[in-house]
Design a protein around this ligand. Structure first.
Ligand code: HEC
Ligand code: HEC
Length: 367
């Protein structure tokens, strides 16, 4: 009898979480125009997982020299980019790639990084931590370090039953899933709360249209790749990746072909979201363009021909005068300016200063 009771006690102690159960997030509202989204069944959003992920995101202890956090290269005021052409981490050596903005990551291409090499946010999170030029951290040492901090021990205990590399990845992914940007002037316009001015409205129409000279429809064809409300690439399969004509065959990087092994994907990169684009300069995977004017000049006359160049770009011309070799949209200067004005309506000031996404270590201590 005594041993039976002792047996129950052992089972009770082993199965009862030491830190109480995590609290599911209630009223997780997202704009319906963004469409369906999925949260992995083994990493549901809870208040504790989000709080933990936010703390980890801003904690320089995640790096080998305790000086670089995710937020070093992903700063909220810059829509989670860093203003540099090539980001700089622990080694001080600029990366070959431009930091990517982090917003609305539950939509758009379901692969991460410019070349799509990570298939989930959980998978993505551990890559920069271990990369020698980014955070140069050994995961075993990191787990030891975090285990010495009572706040982490408690938060990991509630959210994930303890500290592990899987839990670190899951928490970072959870926090990043909450980075939803949906209150730009464009969103307010979509909700019928404001109207756009004449220039912005012209820009919006051009952004949304593929030119058709037969029906005199002028367009910038941006929406062909930067899909409508989200302005990021399409979700299905690899549709969110393409070659937008930055380089000729000689200079073309591997891009997505590095991941798929298919020559037809050479020079394909992730079509990033254009939300908050006015604050995320410089632009493109290598930060080669410093202004939106440079970007528009690229699409309107700087397209480089290559074997994998998107047919959507080759076909898009507002004047029916194809001479064979040159590719240009033939937008007027006024139309280029209008598209840039529209791009500015995608800036979401609330997102850029939302305290739920800010550095928790800088918060005033509770009184
Ligand atoms: C040294 C700068 C640096 C640090 C530190 C860093 N990142 Fe990044 N991040 C980048 C760069 C550069 C890219 C694009 C790299 C590429 O495609 O090869 C990127 C890409 C990403 C992406 C992909 C976004 C998309 O739309 O595909 C996510 C998510 C991300 N980082 C999250 C994180 C998290 C989480 C951390 C911390 C654990 C972190 N980053 C640390 C520079 C950094
Ligand atoms: C064929 C598909 C395609 C079309 C059409 C297209 N884009 Fe892009 N866009 C991309 C891809 C892919 C990238 C990333 C390319 C890279 O860095 O290698 C990109 C990058 C950008 C960037 C830089 C984003 C960043 O975070 O650095 C801006 C800005 C942009 N596009 C605006 C536009 C505008 C405006 C139009 C219409 C005039 C347009 N795009 C048309 C595919 C397209």
């Amino acid at each position: 009898m005594v041993s039976l009771i002792a047996g129950f006690l052992v089972i009770y102690i082993l199965t009862t979480p030491r830190y109480g159960a995590p609290n599911p997030v209630e009223n997780f509202n997202v704009p319906f125009v963004f469409g369906r989204f999925t949260i992995p069944a083994d990493n549901l959003l809870t208040k504790e997982s989000i709080a933990l992920g936010r703390r980890l995101f801003y904690d320089p202890r995640l790096s080998g020299n305790n000086q670089i956090s995710c937020a070093t290269c992903h700063q909220q005021s810059l829509a989670f980019t860093d203003g540099l052409a090539g980001s700089v981490g622990v080694s001080g050596k600029p990366l070959a790639f431009n930091s990517m903005s982090l917003a609305n990551l539950m939509w758009g291409p379901a692969r991460f990084f410019w070349n799509g090499r990570a298939t989930s946010l959980e998978e993505q999170a551990l890559i920069p931590i271990q990369h020698p030029d980014e955070m140069a951290q050994d995961l075993g040492s990191l787990i030891k370090e975090l285990s010495q901090d009572d706040t982490y021990v408690e938060l990991f205990g509630i959210a994930y039953d303890g500290i592990s590399k899987e839990a670190i990845a899951k928490a970072l992914a959870s926090f990043q899933r909450t980075l939803i940007s949906a209150n730009s002037r464009y969103d307010q316009y979509l909700r019928g709360e404001i109207s756009l001015n004449e220039e912005e409205e012209l820009g919006r129409k051009l952004f949304m249209a593929h030119p058709d000279t037969k029906s005199s429809l002028r367009g910038g064809n941006c929406i062909d790749c930067h899909s409508q409300f989200l302005t990021s690439g399409f979700t299905a399969q690899l549709d969110g990746f393409s070659n937008n004509g930055l380089d000729n065959d000689a200079a073309l990087l591997a891009g997505l072909s590095e991941v798929t092994g298919k020559a037809e994907h050479r020079g394909f990169f992730k079509t990033p979201t254009l939300r908050n684009i006015a604050v995320t300069a410089p632009y493109m995977h290598d930060g080669r363009f410093s202004t939106l004017e440079d970007v528009l000049n690229h699409y309107n006359g700087g397209i480089q021909h290559s074997e994998t160049l998107s047919p959507l770009i080759v076909e898009a011309d507002n004047i029916d005068n194809h001479q064979g070799s040159t590719i240009s949209l033939n937008l007027t200067a006024k139309e280029e300016r209008a598209i840039i004005s529209f791009l500015h309506t995608l800036t979401d000031e609330q997102f850029l200063s939302d305290t739920r996404f800010s550095d928790p270590f800088k918060e005033a201590p509770p009184r």
